[in-house]
Design a protein around this ligand. Structure first.
Ligand code: APR
Length: 244
């Protein structure tokens, strides 16, 4: 996770950081869950009931991810890392935009849509078959392959690792998440008490828990503005006002 002497920014991201790249968020009025009820496409029960429908749902999302490009927020975080800061990204997103922007330390709490896994053993990961996962694609343990994504009601395998990373933050940056899903949203409680926390989201005023600084802007504007501050100062601090 990089040189312990350098300032360590821990970034916790949600669907909002990928919104400006053209990837739908979940809980907006025109969000993904408005078109596709969660219980029909993103639960173990949905998979048992109609695996073909689940596979088609994730094919559509994978196409959106493949058409998407990293935006200014993803790129600013990768640039900060290249300029000597330790940057650890913990994302709820299943897209690969942080990686494609150049971030090297990315932990996916809810899985990765461009990977496959055994439908009986979550530790068995497989490269995505060309053309996506089809019924009949069997892992070497003899079970149907499924998207390597954490569904509602399933455990979040890397949450303990994420808490350990958050506990080493000099500053916690939260971007583009409604903080609606546990245990992911409780990550904020694992940052050191003396580490500043700032939340970037157009709805920041409504979302930010007490004690969290808020920047009511889109990720594409707010994150580069903050990164410029930190870059110029050579340290992580929460400016009173963020000058764009
Ligand atoms: N820039 C920054 N934030 C934005 C932008 C933007 N351009 N557009 C929308 N947002 C914010 C919204 O205001 C909202 O607070 O992004 C957040 C998106 O919230 P959700 O749709 O609930 O997405 P997220 O918080 O990532 O959901 C968490 O829930 O459905 C599960 O597994 C899924 O990982 C997901 C988890």
């Amino acid at each position: 996770m990089g040189d312990p002497r350098r300032p360590h920014l821990v970034v916790f991201t949600g669907a909002g950081i990928s919104a400006e790249s053209g990837i739908q968020t979940f809980r907006a009025s025109d969000g993904l869950w408005a078109d596709h009820p969660v219980e029909e496409v993103a639960t173990p029960q949905a998979w048992q009931r109609d695996p073909g429908r689940v596979l088609r749902f994730y094919d559509q999302r994978r196409d959106q991810v493949r058409r998407a490009r990293p935006n200014a927020a993803h790129k600013a975080l990768a640039a900060l890392e290249k300029h000597g800061f330790r940057v650890s990204i913990i994302t709820q997103n299943i897209d690969d935009l942080h990686e494609r922007a150049g971030s090297r330390h990315v932990l996916h709490l809810h899985g990765e849509i461009l990977k496959a896994r055994s439908s009986v053993d979550p530790r068995m990961h497989y490269p995505l078959p060309r053309g996506g996962i089809r019924l009949g694609d069997i892992c070497d343990k003899g079970s149907q392959l499924r998207p390597d994504v954490v569904w509602f009601g399933e455990s979040v395998p890397h949450f303990a690792d994420a808490c350990e990373i958050a506990a080493q933050a000099d500053l916690l940056l939260v971007v583009g998440t409604s903080l609606a899903v546990m245990p992911a949203a409780s990550l904020l409680e694992h940052a050191p008490l003396d580490a500043p926390c700032v939340l970037v989201d157009p709805e920041a005023d409504a979302l930010a828990p007490p004690g969290v600084a808020r920047l009511g802007q889109t990720a594409g504007r707010g994150v580069p503005a903050l990164v410029r501050h930190w870059w110029r100062e050579g340290r992580l601090w929460m400016p009173e006002t963020v000058v764009e």
